[in-house]
Design a protein around this ligand. Structure first.
Ligand SMILES: [Ca+2]
Length: 353
């Protein structure tokens, strides 16, 4: 037993002694492999993690940049909106200041109505206003067809086109359905595929000219500043006529048409061109920066006020209003139209959307 026990112990010892080194070497070998594999895996994992972190950083940077840009754009939009609203308020203030100027006669400090440009500093910006006497324009409801023909002729239309448009305008406003030689009544509008007919009633606004057969938007833009529905005069009051009206009248034959126009005019031949707008600092009171040619006013008492407000940021807003000034009672003036106008007095300024 002792021998067996000894042998067993030896075996056990041997077993251990032979096994343990073996086991140890296996363990060591496995451990080495593991270490090797692990180190390879470890390097791979570290690399992947690094790449992932870099991608996340890139993604975050892109998101941050996008957010920053969006914020900047929104801030700009908000600022532009505020500036544009301020410019609009300035223009509207200019309209009311002009009405005040129209309530007084010119010789008592009242405003001129011949397109003279007034300017003053106000509310952190600048206001420029001009007033045009509607009496100086051609009345769409009263203007004779001959006058309308010359008007379209002077804009480059040939004789036939001019006659057609002039007749179509008269047909549009006259109450009957009798077609003039070159005109257009209901049947012609239907033939042209238009949904509307001739109005057979006076023009309520110059904009209705768009509905007249043969009128194009481009032609309308050119002719509209010379037209009105407020004067009630058969021929324009020349003293206060806008430059466009005078130009076409002077281009026409004075011999043929001169006697058809009213002669209460102070228009002088060869008058100097209006001076350029002043660049000196403005005062808070309206002052003339571009003079017209007359201090006359027609007896129509309806005026188009063109007012523009400009902020220091460059935001500009143009307001156009048509006002009838009576100076009587509780309502000494009444607006016929109130719309956004085209920029005339601040050309080249930054457009703010
Ligand atoms: Ca008619």
């Amino acid at each position: 037993m002792p021998a067996l026990a000894s042998a067993a112990r030896v075996k056990i010892v041997l077993g251990y002694s032979t096994y343990l080194p073996l086991y140890g070497s296996r363990m060591n070998k496995a451990s080495d492999q593991w270490q090797e594999t692990y180190s390879v895996l470890s390097v791979g994992r570290n690399g992947i993690a690094l790449v992932a972190v870099l991608w996340v950083l890139v993604l975050l940077s892109v998101m941050a940049a996008g957010l920053l840009r969006d914020t900047r754009v929104e801030t700009n939009i908000a600022r532009n909106l505020v500036e544009n609203t301020k410019a609009e308020a300035l223009a509207d203030a200019g309209v009311y200041r002009a009405v005040l100027g129209l309530l007084a006669p010119v010789d008592q400090g009242g405003w001129r109505v011949d397109g003279t440009v007034y300017a003053w500093a106000y509310g952190g910006g600048e206001i420029r206003v001009s007033v045009q006497d509607e009496g100086g324009k051609i009345d769409l409801n009263k203007g004779q067809d001959a006058l309308l023909r010359i008007l379209f002729n002077s804009l480059g239309l040939d004789d036939q086109e001019s006659a057609a448009l002039a007749d179509a305008i008269v047909d549009f406003r006259d109450p009957d359905d009798l077609r003039r030689l070159n005109g257009a009544e209901d049947a012609d509008y239907a033939l042209a595929g238009l949904a509307h007919e001739a109005k057979d009633a006076p023009f309520a606004a110059v904009e209705e000219l768009h509905q007249v057969l043969g009128m194009t938007p481009a032609l309308y833009d050119r002719v509209a500043p010379s037209l009105t529905v407020y004067s009630g005069l058969r021929s324009p009051h020349l003293a206060t006529a806008p430059r466009a009206v005078l130009d076409f009248l002077s281009a026409a034959s004075a011999a043929a048409f001169g006697q058809e126009f009213s002669t209460d005019t102070t228009v002088q031949e060869g008058e100097p061109a209006p001076p350029p707008p002043s660049t000196s600092p403005l005062s808070a009171e309206p002052e003339i920066i571009r003079e017209g040619r007359t201090t006359a006013r027609s007896r129509v008492n309806v005026y188009t006020i063109h007012a523009e407000g400009r902020m220091e940021s460059g935001a500009v807003f143009a307001r156009e209003a048509v006002v009838r000034v009576t100076g009587r009672g509780e309502r000494p003036y009444r607006f016929h139209a109130w719309r956004q106008g085209r920029r005339l007095h601040f050309p080249g300024a930054e457009e703010v959307d």
